[in-house]
Design a protein around this ligand. Structure first.
Ligand SMILES: [Zn+2]
Length: 410
């Protein structure tokens, strides 16, 4: 065999291996990808952030302090940041940074990982069979949800849990973009049980059943989601006991978060520390009664309304001997959230992107899918123990938030 032939074979093998490694995400990136080099579209980034400030969405918090928080070029944020250390270094079992073989090296120029980029935390509410008059953008049909999962999958998104996002444990293949699903209010369309021949089963007309079905076809998409519930209200329909309904979800690795006991408006209705603690601690107390040992770690603001001056009790408090502490607070949102490694990462102000609904709304998920440049998103390097960023984005990484992971700059 002459040396040219050997070289040819070797090149062919390298190409084949690269293709295999990229399979699953990188091959599907074209529709969203930025044809330009990724460090160039500075201007676009500003345009996007201008858009995300648009004040036209009902129910959206209009806090001017939010401005700039999501701007990767706001830069020069204090190392301490608004949140300090979030303690993300450690709930997850495995040791970051440890060399345990790890994934194969990737072609950085082909995959273009950017683990300082944004991650969409999607907010869902109601799911129904068919749109009716009066349905708003917080509602989507089961069919639209099925289609959405397909679109997300083929566009290279992969689901991770909210806690993995908060912990910076992001384990999706190279070239894929992690995404978080959250569901507020415990509606029956999100999840409910039905009884069939004396047995309780997931209602096929529910978002959970649709996700499970999708997961059977595409196990690599991920089956993750966090449900923010009000245990003093009707939660997940009426069939089975509340305990059985919650157990179904927790048994399958779905997360449950706190949304107050009765969906109280923290700005207008919960005006004392006592009421806030009763609503948030009371919800946790009820959860302990139903699923012993299950501690909520995150909170979603009902109506997206923060407390005016008692936020410390939303974060931390106690009710009838039950203490609680929320390390992340979900807002009713409009834009993608920060990378957990970003200098701007503040889990106590986690922005969410609203689900699509009956009418397109600026800054809903469909809008972002069309307008978000892949170069601004968190594109994974495929290795949860390394944080890989292009040179131009290196200043967006907060070393304190790496939690022992190795920083790779290219
Ligand atoms: Zn709600």
């Amino acid at each position: 065999m002459d040396s040219r032939f050997r070289l040819f074979i070797r090149t062919a093998v390298v190409i084949l291996v690269t293709c295999l490694l990229l399979q699953g995400c990188a091959g599907n990136r074209s529709q969203n990808d930025d044809p330009a080099r990724q460090n160039q579209p500075e201007q676009t980034e500003h345009q996007q952030d201008d858009n995300s400030d648009m004040p036209d969405i009902s129910g959206q918090p209009q806090d001017p302090q939010q401005d700039g928080v999501n701007d990767p070029n706001a830069g020069n944020v204090d190392e301490d940041g608004p949140n300090g250390d979030t303690g993300e270094s450690g709930d997850h079992g495995d040791e970051p940074g440890e060399d345990n073989g790890g994934p194969e090296p990737i072609d950085l120029e082909a995959v273009k990982p950017n683990e300082a980029g944004k991650i969409m935390v999607v907010m869902f509410h109601r799911f129904i069979e068919k749109y009716e008059k009066g349905d708003k953008e917080f509602t989507m049909t089961f069919d639209a949800f099925r289609e959405l999962l397909e679109t997300l999958y083929t566009s290279g998104y992969r689901l991770i849990s909210l806690n993995d996002y908060l912990n910076g444990h992001i384990d999706v293949p190279a070239g894929c973009v992690p995404m978080v699903f959250t569901f507020d209010d415990g509606t029956a369309g999100q999840f409910s049980l039905i009884e069939e021949n004396g047995e309780l089963k997931v209602n096929p007309d529910s978002a959970v059943a649709i996700m499970e079905e999708f997961n059977r076809l595409h196990p690599d998409f991920g089956l993750e989601g966090t449900f923010f519930v009000n245990l003093g209200n009707q939660t997940f329909g009426k069939t089975g006991t509340l305990q059985q309904r919650l157990q179904y979800l927790t048994d399958r690795g779905f997360e449950i978060g706190n949304h107050t006991y009765t969906h109280i408006n923290l700005k207008t209705e919960a005006k004392t520390a006592e009421i806030i603690q009763k609503e948030i601690g009371g919800n946790q107390k009820k959860m302990y009664e139903l699923i012993p040992g299950y501690t909520f770690t995150s909170f979603s603001l009902p109506y997206g309304q923060p407390s005016k001056d008692l936020m410390q009790y939303v974060i931390k408090g106690e009710y009838e001997g039950v203490a609680y502490e929320n390390r992340a607070i979900m807002e009713v949102g409009w834009d993608p959230a920060q990378s957990p490694f970003s200098v701007n990462f503040d889990p106590l102000s986690t922005h969410r992107v609203r689900s699509p609904g009956i009418e397109p709304v600026i800054n809903d998920l469909e809008w972002w899918l069309k307008n978000m440049k892949r170069s601004r998103e968190f594109v994974s390097d495929g290795d949860p123990d390394t944080v890989t960023v292009p040179e131009g984005n290196a200043d967006q990484v907060d070393q304190e938030k790496l939690g022992g992971r190795k920083l790779v700059i290219y």
